[in-house]
Write a protein that binds this ligand. Structure first.
Ligand SMILES: [Zn+2]
Length: 431
């Protein structure tokens, strides 16, 4: 009897010491069922069930048993990919600064990201080493969107046209020190909007980035004959550095015979990265159409999201991706450039892919066929027949956007009115 009691108490002790995570280990909090998984990095392009547990992708299989799923989302006919990684945005809002990207020209990320299946944004230099801590406190730490940043080589960041020309405030040492203080969060150095004839802005950005071992993203500002763009991409930039606004009309791109200049292919061969950065004024079909046709396609598709671009031709990530579908690129090619490629460019290889163990940041897309119009920065329209809609976004394992309520029970079947996961900020409730 004494032995039996001892055995029972030992069993009880063992049960009490079992970590909570081990209980029900083989179940999934959420299973996205029957969607076509397109993950260009791993090469998966097939109908798969995706199981999510503990904020991570736990399984990608042809079929996951229904009794292992606490919640199920039917994704038949939809495309399931990694959440999009938009590496050119402006999200340093709330400072009250009028007419500046570190102020009123920025948007708060959560209001614009999830609805277009974006789960990670990189702010492209709205802040510099002087005000990055304020940006972090004001926006980054309070957002559900994963917000990373390129640090502006100008200490005050994008405080307006005049302050952005201040060469005295371009301090490579201070910028590099700030990047080293926040590794992984600060993913590179940005130079932008420079108007002078000198290479100073580019050179100091390169000095900071070399010291901090991160890439530079260049918005070349005013194109000056004293510092030709060709020299920038064939000589100045290092492999891995990023030239954004690649289809800007000021970029010498198409010769008089309609051919893409060979220097652009040479620059790409050197390892220079070409990024879209559409924005309000940096994408013209007269460049993008022949360039895509001749193989000068983007390495990464980014929006340059800000208060002007989102109400103009750019609109949002899915609209921008749709432009490239209608320019003739395949779904896989467009998704690659919106997921893995940008994640790889900013040295975050855990993002932009759907593999077991990676963060559960997921996009569920619907491709719609119909008659659509797409507008560029010159105000011209291109007609097209394909458009992507963001049906569902999952960030860190939770539904944060659900266009048609596919994660919710029909209201008549729902036992009681439960708050939506996005409103409560929790995992989806059990049905
Ligand atoms: Zn920008």
């Amino acid at each position: 009897m004494h032995d039996l009691m001892r055995l029972l108490s030992l069993a009880l002790l063992a049960w009490l010491m079992t970590p909570a995570s081990a209980v029900g280990q083989q179940t999934y909090e959420l299973v996205i069922k029957g969607g076509k998984v397109v993950d260009p990095h791993t090469g998966v392009n097939a109908v798969r069930d995706v199981g999510i547990r503990d904020h991570k992708i736990a399984a990608i299989e042809p079929k996951l048993p229904a009794d292992k799923a606490q919640n199920t989302i039917d994704a038949h006919g939809l495309t399931v990919t990694a959440g999009f990684v938009d590496i050119h945005t402006h999200v340093y809002a709330g400072t009250g600064l009028k007419g500046a990207y570190n102020g009123d020209n920025s948007v708060y990320p959560d209001g614009f990201t999830f609805r277009s299946c974006v789960t990670t944004v990189v702010d492209a230099g709205s802040s510099g080493w002087r005000n990055f801590p304020d940006f972090k406190d004001r926006v980054i730490d309070r957002s559900r969107t994963r917000v990373l940043a390129f640090l502006n080589i100008v200490g005050g960041g994008m405080a307006g046209r005049i302050p952005e020309q201040n060469v005295e405030d371009m301090d490579p040492e201070a910028a590099a020190a700030m990047v080293k203080k926040y590794p992984g969060l600060l993913v590179g150095i940005k130079t932008a909007h420079f108007e002078g004839p000198e290479w100073t802005a580019v050179d100091r950005a390169e000095a900071a980035a070399t010291s901090a071992e991160v890439p530079v993203m260049v918005d070349f500002g005013i194109f000056r004959p004293e510092r030709p763009y060709e020299a920038l991409v064939t000589k100045k930039l290092r492999p891995g550095d990023i030239s954004t606004h690649m289809y800007l009309d000021a970029v010498p791109m198409i010769d008089s015979n309609g051919k893409v200049f060979p220097y652009l292919f040479e620059a790409r061969k050197r390892g220079v990265v070409f990024d879209v950065g559409h924005g309000g004024g940096s994408f013209v079909f007269s460049h993008a159409t022949p360039a895509v046709k001749q193989g000068f396609v983007p390495d990464s598709i980014s929006t340059d999201l800000h208060i002007v671009s989102m109400n103009a031709g750019m609109k949002d990530m899915t609209n921008l991706m749709s432009k490239f579908l209608n320019l003739g690129m395949s779904m896989e090619a467009v998704i690659l450039r919106s997921t893995w490629n940008p994640a790889h460019e900013i040295k975050h290889p855990e993002l932009g892919q759907l593999t077991v163990g990676s963060p559960a940041d997921i996009a569920v897309l619907r491709e719609i066929k119909g008659n659509f119009g797409f507008v560029d920065s010159s105000g011209g329209r291109m007609d097209g027949h394909r458009k992507l809609a963001c049906e569902l976004t999952i960030r860190d394992g939770a539904v944060v956007w659900d266009l048609n309520g596919i994660s919710r029970p029909e209201w008549k079947l729902s036992e009681k009115s439960t708050p939506t996961p996005q409103a409560s900020g929790t995992q989806p409730e059990k049905k």
